[in-house]
Ligand binder design. Structure first.
Ligand code: 6MZ
Length: 377
């Protein structure tokens, strides 16, 4: 049974059966899916039952579960972050992390999870923030997730370690060290992500850690300019690390886009050097730097960071022939799927962007090309 609702469901419902078959048959990469944001509702309900069999759930957790069941309505992006503590309450033991990871991998990679005969996506880079609780260390958390990822072939599943914008220097140090150690042991650990509430954190202090991760051979993706709260300095600090991919990039200013993606010849910069020198000239890349933009249409619409598909920044990147990839972000609250997100590309306006099948196929290929662990590796 399909769990999708909202804009993705409306777009999918408007397609003819041939279009749906076309979208299902496209090889698709899901490169921006947060583990705890992608838990199937059925699994959340099972976890809630196990969580406290003898006493009622705390009101807060019960309230959030009701909202998730009936469809969360967000006033803005910050409402999204208030859902997470309740979800984390239910996924605080190694057993719950295992159940969750297994369910999310099945959701994306097993046939029929989307009500169709084909898996939602061909290749998944699942991301998650290593969380220490009273029941487990960060290392244990990651090991549990990685063991599940490794149940699938390397052509299908890999892991990105997220660091949260709220993390302290020592938390970052620990998470990046863990990611590097695990990557050295297992090639499925493919990258680092910077995520979390856009209002928090000083990204300049993150650059040295991100440089270390890149130096160790990990791919780098960062949530950037996701909300109007993200300042130019914040984006500059992140861009100075030359991430391989950018999450959202909704409010990246035209000035920064031109400076980084389209500029005239100048030597590049080292990670972190931009804000030290405060010289925007150092950012110029002669148009050679084209980080793939991870586009999450439903997420942006439901978090109200984008008013409509017509106003969506995907149009800028398509017009400028800049690589993009289509992602679900958090399928649980946004009630979406890979098929749902691709439907938003193909459906006619106002339900979708009205792109041609050729354009949609080209976008799907760009996603496959932007994977950190290429299926051919
Ligand atoms: C920024 C987000 C996010 O890591 O516990 N996360 N960060 N912007 C978003 N857009 C809506 N969606 C999810 O998954 C949940 C965590 O991912 C980040 C948040 O830090 C959230 O707590 P994991 O598996």
């Amino acid at each position: 049974m399909s769990e999708i609702a909202g804009p993705a469901a409306a777009a999918l419902a408007s397609l003819c059966p041939d279009d749906v078959i076309f979208l299902q048959s496209l090889p698709k990469a899901e490169l921006h899916a947060h583990l705890n944001g992608s838990i199937p509702i059925k699994t959340i309900l099972e976890l809630a039952q196990k969580y406290s069999p003898s006493s009622p759930l705390t009101t807060e957790v019960a309230d959030i579960i009701e909202k998730l069941k009936s469809g969360v309505i967000l006033n803005d992006i910050f409402d999204f972050f208030s859902l997470m503590p309740a979800i984390y309450t239910l996924t605080s033991t190694p057993e719950a992390v295992l159940t969750t990871t297994r369910a999310v991998l099945q959701l994306f990679l097993n046939p029929t999870s989307d009500g169709a005969e084909s898996p939602q996506c061909t290749y998944l880079e699942l991301r998650t923030t290593p969380r220490a609780t009273t029941h487990m260390t960060r290392e244990r958390y990651l090991t549990v997730v990685l063991d599940e990822v490794e149940m699938y072939p390397a052509t299908q599943a890999a892991l990105i370690v997220s660091v949260d914008r709220r993390m302290s220097d020592s938390d970052l140090e620990e998470c990046i060290s863990l990611a590097i150690e695990m990557k050295n042991r297992c090639r499925r650990v493919v990258g680092i992500d910077v995520c979390g509430d856009p209002r928090s954190g000083d990204m300049q202090s993150f650059t040295q850690h991100l440089a270390r991760a890149k130096g160790a051979g990990l791919g780098l993706t960062v949530h950037i300019a996701e909300s109007t709260n993200n300042t130019t300095e914040d984006s500059l600090a992140l861009l100075s690390c030359r991430p391989d991919r950018l999450g959202h990039a909704t409010f990246l200013s035209d000035e920064l886009k031109i400076l980084f993606f389209e500029d005239i010849p100048q030597p590049g910069t080292e990670c972190g050097s931009l804000s030290e020198s405060e010289s925007p000239n150092n950012a110029r890349t002669n148009g050679q730097y084209k980080p793939c933009i991870e586009i999450c249409l439903s997420s942006n619409l439901l978090c109200k960071t984008v008013a409509s598909l017509d106003a969506h920044h995907i149009r800028y990147y398509l017009k400028n022939n800049h690589p993009i990839t289509i992602c679900t972000d958090d399928a649980l609250p946004f009630r979406t799927s890979c098929l749902g997100e691709y439907s938003l590309l193909l459906a006619q306006p106002p339900l979708g962007l009205g792109l041609s099948r050729d354009d949609v196929a080209r976008i799907a290929r760009m996603g496959m090309d932007a994977a950190f662990l290429r299926p051919r590796d």
